[in-house]
Structure formats: C-alpha cells, structure tokens
Design a protein around this ligand. Structure first.
Ligand code: G3I
Length: 319
C-alpha cells in the first residue's frame, strides 16, 4: 500500500513539484501522492516575469503531468509579496492595481480553473512581529485594508468551483495564529468567500511544540473552513546557525520520524475538515531547504536522497 492509498479515508496526500522533479522523481510522485502543487511555476513572477507577457510553459507542463496521471492540483498563488513582477506596482493607484490583479486572476483561471481543486488566493500577508497585523507590502500599501476582499471576490467569480484558500506560515505560533484566525474570521463575517485555511507547516525538530500545534488546530477548527496542510517539511536543524551535518545522524532521523508520526496523528483527528496534506518537495535530494535562506544540506522530507522511504515514511504509515 502506498501513502495516498493508506490515507484515502482521511485526506489527499500532496507534494510540491517543479518542472525538473516531475521527471527526476516521477516514480515516487506517481506512486505515493495524489495531489500536486507547483513549487514555483504558477507564481505570478514565473508566468509573467515582466508584468506584461505571459509564458505558461512550466505551469502547463505540470498541469499536463497532473491531469494525464489523474492527480489533483492546487494553484499557488495569486497575491504574494515575493516572486511577483515589480512592474505591476510602478505608478499604480488602487484602481489600476485592482484591474491588474483581476486580469491576472482571469488569465490564470481561463487556463487552469477546470483542473484546480484549491487556489492559494493570498499568501503570507500577516506580519510575524508582535503588534503589527498586515505585512508591509506593495499590495497592502496601494490597495489598503480591504485588499484581500478583492482578491477573494475576483477569484470566486473566475474559478467558482475551486476552494479558495488563505495560506500562511508560523501558523502554530500563539501570537500569529490569533492574527490568522482574526483575519479569516473577519473576511468570512463580511461575506468574503474564504473556504479553506492553508497551514504551511515549515517545521523543525525544535518547533513548534506539539501542544502549540494542537492548540492552533483547535482554534482554526472553529472558523468553519476546511484546513489544508500546504507546504510541510521538518528541518533537522534547530535554528539557522546550527552546524551542517555531513550525513543525517540516526538518532536525529528517529526524532524526525516520531515528529511526523505525532503530527500526522493530529491531522487524522481533524480528517472531517482536512482536505489535503502536502509535503514541500518529494525527496531530500531536491528540497528548497538545502539551497535557500541557509545553504546547508537538509533532509526534511519522507523520501531520502535516493528516493527511498525513510523512517518518517514508515512512521506515518503505521497506524
Ligand atoms: O531558477 C533560478 C536559477 O536559474 C538560478 O540559477 C538560481 C540561482 O539562485 O535561482 C533559481 O531560482 C530560484 C527558484 O527558487 C528555483 O529554484 C530562486 O532564486 C529562488 O528564490 C526560488 O526559491 C523559491 C522560494 O519559494 C522563493 O520565495 C523556492 O524554490 C520555493 O520552494 C519557495 O516556496 C515558498 C512558497 O512559495 C511559499 N511559502 C514558503 C516556501 C518556502 O520558502
């Protein structure tokens, strides 16, 4: 039995893929996962690097791979402060930026809506710092407090059959989880169509504590939306400064397996409102964590550098 088969009565099991891994990691993807997210290829800055001309080659390749292999597909993402063409903000006022956002959503919907079950309409708009609510971005500066209202309404209109998701990280931090809760609750109370909350779950062996995860899930379950774990990985390092391992120590891999086991047990408790759990990558040889932020080899996923199942894999298959 494979991962997505084991979880078929619980939630879909996803992986973030890119134009390279749909080839190099094809066997594992096809066997173990039934939902896919483009790691980069559907982001605004990838499909439209200069804010004008669209190039859908990468996104199309992954969509075609998903559709021809019967995999579900998430769309990541429309409104984000990263990987977005700077040109769209130049000299823009609220009216012109809204027209640009609407046109972008329309263009993506026209091409992909029929193959998408969830779209990350907005990503990471909340500030991590205590006391601040919205992150200081050009979207927010130009559009103002109701910027998400437009993004969600435009998306509902253009993609009426997709679940509309607000996606963020540090989602189990007590301070930030309260802000995420308030944001989604506020939107829904105003009649804005938010259907699901995306919990990125970029975690490590040091944090978050299981109790914080449980508390956050309890809180989010009160929102009346479904939940999706959207970008899970579990770094072996406690912080940015920890020295790199040459090879992953056996006791650390054991701890990682236990952490995956404990967290998947929590996810299963919420199966009635949990649509999917997506890993941010397929196997340890191709994880963003080894290349960005800190250049340090990491082993955060369920499959090792040779695409073989790790202890973490067996741990979440054992229930
Ligand atoms: O493609 C170029 C390559 O040509 C060039 O040689 C190389 C040099 O650095 O860069 C390559 O592009 C990189 C791209 O990943 C593809 O590997 C970009 O520099 C790099 O910025 C980009 O990083 C992506 C990151 O988002 C950008 O913010 C990661 O792959 C991607 O995993 C990561 O994903 C985000 C989610 O979208 C949102 N949540 C957090 C998550 C992790 O940061």
């Amino acid at each position: 039995m494979t991962l997505h088969e084991k979880y078929k009565d619980y939630f879909a099991i996803g992986a973030a893929v890119n134009v390279r891994t749909i080839d190099t990691h094809k066997d594992v993807i096809l066997r173990e996962f039934n939902s896919l997210t483009c790691e980069n290829e559907m982001k605004y800055g990838r499909v439209c690097p200069d804010g004008k001309i669209y190039d859908f080659a990468g996104a199309d390749a992954i969509r075609d791979f998903a559709v021809s292999n019967g995999k579900m597909l998430r769309l990541h993402t429309f409104l984000w402060h990263n990987q977005t063409p700077g040109e769209i903000f130049e000299g823009a006022d609220k009216e012109t930026l809204l027209a640009t956002l609407k046109a972008h959503i329309g263009k993506m919907a026209e091409r992909y809506a029929k193959d998408i079950y969830t779209v990350d309409v907005a990503n990471e708009v909340i500030d991590d710092k205590h006391g601040l609510f919205f992150r200081d971005t050009k979207w927010y500066a130009i559009l103002g407090d109701d910027f998400l209202d437009y993004a969600f309404r435009y998306t509902r209109e253009a993609m009426p059959n997709a679940l509309l998701c607000y996606n963020d990280y540090n989602e189990c931090d007590p301070d930030k989880s309260k802000k995420i809760f308030d944001l989604v609750k506020g939107l829904r109370d105003r009649g804005i169509p938010v259907d699901t909350l995306g919990l990125q779950a970029h975690w490590s062996l040091a944090r978050p504590a299981l109790d914080d995860i449980k508390r956050a899930f309890e809180l989010y379950a009160k929102l009346g939306v479904t939940l999706q774990v959207t970008e899970m990985d579990v770094s072996l390092y406690p912080d940015r400064d920890a020295p790199a391992y040459v090879a992953p120590p056996a006791d650390v891999l054991k701890k990682q397996a236990q952490f995956y086991k404990d967290t998947f047990a929590i996810f299963r408790e919420y199966k009635d409102i949990m649509d999917s759990v997506t890993l941010w990558g397929v196997a340890d040889d191709a994880s963003w964590l080894s290349n960005f932020q800190v250049k340090r080899k990491n082993w955060p996923l369920l499959f090792d550098d040779d695409h073989q199942p790790k202890e973490a894999y067996y741990a979440i298959m054992d229930f």
